[in-house]
Write a protein that binds this ligand. Structure first.
Ligand code: CA
Length: 223
């Protein structure tokens, strides 16, 4: 899962980015409204954290422009504690949630997890697909109750496939959601990660859909 953080306070941006990376997300950062708007317009993010008070273009305007262009990704606004009018304006502009500053990073992480889950149609913190359970809170997974030892790339891959279970996900889509914008992307590596993940899961659940990509679903026999 790939997150964009649009925040001009360099320390706060770093704090958020590090916490998100620790939780298994890939993170891009923008430090003003124009750069943030551009990235959100051109890159596919699973969620965006957007500060309201930004140089070049304020957060509400950035959000309004995205929504006017039909961009539907989940957006969490960062607002000033005492500015209730900002919260109202933000939600009216199409924000999915907000957190008032100062905040605890854990709260932002919990809200981001919930936004990403709900965008994918999952209400619970644990996503279950046959014998595989993804614990989005602990950033870990298990098969038949046994913990899977996954690298960060494998976790990201599994997490994306499970959030989109039953759907065909292309290699390009996986690359875009598993790496940040500066990463030297090679979609061939995806095949390698899928192979390793299949081996670790041990149950045949990730189907290769020729020419299209991959689809993860519970085995038909219910095991
Ligand atoms: Ca700011």
């Amino acid at each position: 899962m790939r997150i964009l953080v649009v925040e001009d306070d360099v320390n706060l941006s770093r704090q958020l980015s590090e916490a998100l990376k620790d939780a298994g997300y890939v993170v891009d950062q923008a430090f003003d409204g124009e750069e943030g708007h551009y990235l959100g317009d051109t890159e596919p993010y699973d969620a965006i954290i957007l500060d309201i008070g930004l140089p070049e273009m304020d957060g509400i305007t950035v959000l309004e422009k995205w929504r006017a262009d039909g961009k539907g990704m989940p957006v969490l606004l960062l607002t000033a504690r005492d500015r209730w009018s900002d919260k109202v304006a933000g939600i009216d502009a199409g924000a999915d949630d907000y957190v008032a500053k100062p905040f605890h990073v854990e709260e932002v992480l919990a809200r981001i997890r919930a936004l990403i889950r709900r965008a994918a149609g999952h209400a619970s913190a644990d996503i279950i697909c046959g014998p595989v359970r993804l614990d989005t809170k602990g950033s870990k997974a298990s098969v038949n109750g046994e913990a899977l030892k996954l690298t960060s790339h494998e976790y990201r891959l599994l997490s994306y496939l499970m959030h989109h279970m039953g759907e065909v996900v292309s290699r390009t889509e996986l690359v875009e959601h598993m790496y940040d914008q500066d990463f030297d992307r090679d979609s061939n590596t995806i095949e390698v990660f899928v192979g390793r993940l299949r081996k670790k899961i041990g149950v045949d659940m990730i189907e290769t859909v020729r020419g299209l990509g991959y689809r993860m679903q519970a085995p038909a026999n219910g095991k």
